[in-house]
Write a protein that binds this ligand. Structure first.
Ligand code: NAI
Ligand code: MG
Length: 513
């Protein structure tokens, strides 16, 4: 199908836009109730009917939206159309200074509030996220390129869940470390990536506030809009001024936050390279640090696994969110006896993947977040093709505009090959085989990373035995990419240190006395 016909096809499928679906579950009904949709690809991809995108977006400092000192703005795009969505303020060191100052001032009162009162604010934020879920999900799909199915069913509900969960902790901090008293750290600088923009903001802000800290958060430069929508929600929840401040900008803004002398802790999620740079920058200071970095996670399928379910698990493990997932199951390890059958079934399943308009509720794979990321993926696939193994991509048509990449895999790749070692951060899978559980463990652990792993077997004892020997912070059995605020998340080695979520995540925002 040519790109033109793809657009024409989209024009006729108006019912499917943004969750207004043919098959409607009660959840979908609740979600989309009463929202009229005229269908036209361009308009729907940049719908202003549901989401009012301001053409110029300011910084959020001391509870107010303020202009940047530099007077400079940068553009954020819709990666599915390559059109500019909005201009966003670029914070310089003076703006970062003002944000830290506002957070420091707010800390004096926020840290003295009772846990019960702090919890009430967090509950309120969670509830407003739920109330405005549709707007949040659409804005996220527009700015990031990820399918509405994911922003609607994963990112937005999970962001609310992080606020709900931590609201519950706010008045129970004495149980974080039983028998010891705890205190907040102070002003926390948080730097987040573009792959889960709102979810990462919630994931970072909620525990920090529950513990009594105040925050300066810097979203990624290609996806700043939902963090700014969260700022609006925070205003609506009447959170005291300065408790959360949001400074938009690129790496330099982040570096200004890292270098600021009055910040007590940096929490970073992003690339291993920048993580390393931040670690160096704060070495020798009093600042605390947690790093959540990259991964090259193994996904192991034993011959006794439920094969069709495992196929779905593998699809979700690597192609969810275009593969822009730090814990993506990017190295598939198949028990040799089932490898041929598994690969055959995987190819057939991949042919059914729907790629394209992120606002179409049937879309499985949306747009790659930026031209730079697309280029990086294409380059690595190019390297993969020179290193051997069978390359497969399904016969799918990509939209004529926007940054898209077909889901693909390399079968029979050695563990020394580039694609077995380097994080692609895209819809690219490598496949290798093993004969014994010991070999599976050896291959799975043969990586500089250690964020996650998955295994599929019908045998509980095998799952426990193998899982105990995998060096990864998160291990899924008979599922993959399931997230829950009650469960600590984080990695070994080059995947970083510190945990986020659960009781352990709170330790990153508390001083134990
Ligand atoms: P990045 O690590 O450069 O960006 C993450 C965040 O750090 C952004 O907010 C960015 O503005 C900020 N930042 C950049 N330079 C900084 C500095 N010197 N000091 C402080 N903050 C700074 O990641 P990028 O360039 O967006 O993606 C590159 C690669 O990194 C991806 O292809 C992927 O392999 C990996 N990555 C991994 C993520 C994960 O969740 N583990 C998330 C994003 C990227
Ligand atoms: Mg964008």
């Amino acid at each position: 199908m040519q790109a033109g016909t793809q657009n024409k096809k989209l024009k006729t499928s108006s019912k499917n836009v943004a969750g207004r679906g043919v098959e409607s579950t009660s959840y979908q009904n609740r979600f989309v109730k009463g929202i009229p949709f005229k269908f036209d690809y361009e308009a729907s991809v940049e719908s202003t009917e549901v989401v009012k995108i301001k053409s110029q977006n300011e910084l959020f400092i001391g509870g107010k939206f303020v202009k940047p000192q530099s007077g400079k703005y940068f553009k954020t795009l819709n990666p599915a159309t390559e059109n500019v969505l909005a201009e966003v303020a670029e914070a310089n060191s003076t703006d970062v200074d003002l944000a830290v100052l506002a957070a420091r001032k707010a800390f004096a009162t926020w840290s003295k509030l009772s846990g019960h009162e702090r919890g009430r604010y967090l509950f309120k934020i969670a509830r407003i996220i739920q109330e405005r879920a549709r707007e949040v999900a659409i804005l996220e799909s527009l700015d990031n390129g990820k399918p509405i199915k994911e922003t609607r069913d994963v990112d937005t509900p999970l962001a609310a869940a992080h606020f709900f969960y931590h609201a519950g902790w706010a008045d129970k901090l004495e149980y974080v470390v039983p028998g010891r008293s705890v205190a907040p750290l102070g002003v926390v600088g948080q730097i987040i990536p573009w792959n889960f923009p709102l979810l990462m903001a919630a994931w970072k802000i909620a525990p920090a506030l529950a513990c009594g800290n105040t925050v300066v958060l810097k979203p990624a430069e290609t996806t700043p809009l939902t963090a700014l929508l969260l700022a609006e929600i925070i205003q609506q929840a009447e959170l005291p001024e300065g408790v959360v401040n949001i400074v938009t900008g690129a790496g330099e803004t982040g570096a200004n936050l890292v270098d600021h002398p009055d910040v007590n802790k940096i929490a970073f999620t992003g690339s291993t390279d920048i993580g390393r740079r931040i670690q160096k920058a704060i070495a020798g200071t009093q600042k605390r640090l947690t790093l959540e970095l990259g991964g090259k996670s193994a996904h192991i399928i034993f011959e006794d696994a439920a094969i069709d379910q495992a196929i779905e698990g593998v699809i979700n493990g690597i192609y969810f969110n275009q593969g822009h997932v730090c814990c993506a199951g990017s190295r598939l390890l198949l028990e040799e006896s089932i490898s041929e059958l598994f690969v055959k079934k995987l190819k057939k399943r991949m042919q059914k993947i729907r790629i394209g308009n992120p606002l179409d509720k049937n879309t499985d794979i949306g747009a790659i977040n930026s031209a730079g990321e697309l280029q990086k993926i294409q380059n690595l696939v190019g390297v993969g093709k020179t290193e051997g193994g069978e390359f497969f991509e399904p016969n799918l048509t990509l939209p004529s505009k926007g940054y898209f990449h077909k889901p693909c895999f390399f079968n029979g790749v050695s563990s020394a090959a580039t694609l077995s070692r380097v994080e692609v951060f895209g819809p690219v899978l490598t496949i290798a085989t093993f004969r014994t559980p010991e070999e599976a463990v050896l291959k799975a652990n043969d990586t500089p990373y250690g964020l996650a792993a998955g295994l599929w077997s019908e045998k509980g004892s095998k799952i426990h035995k193998v899982a105990s020997r995998l060096r990864a912070g998160v291990i899924w059995a008979n599922t993959y990419n399931k997230f829950d605020p009650t469960s600590p998340f984080g990695g070994y080695y080059e995947s970083g240190f510190g945990r986020e979520g659960g009781r352990h995540g709170l330790l990153g925002y508390l001083e134990v006395k």
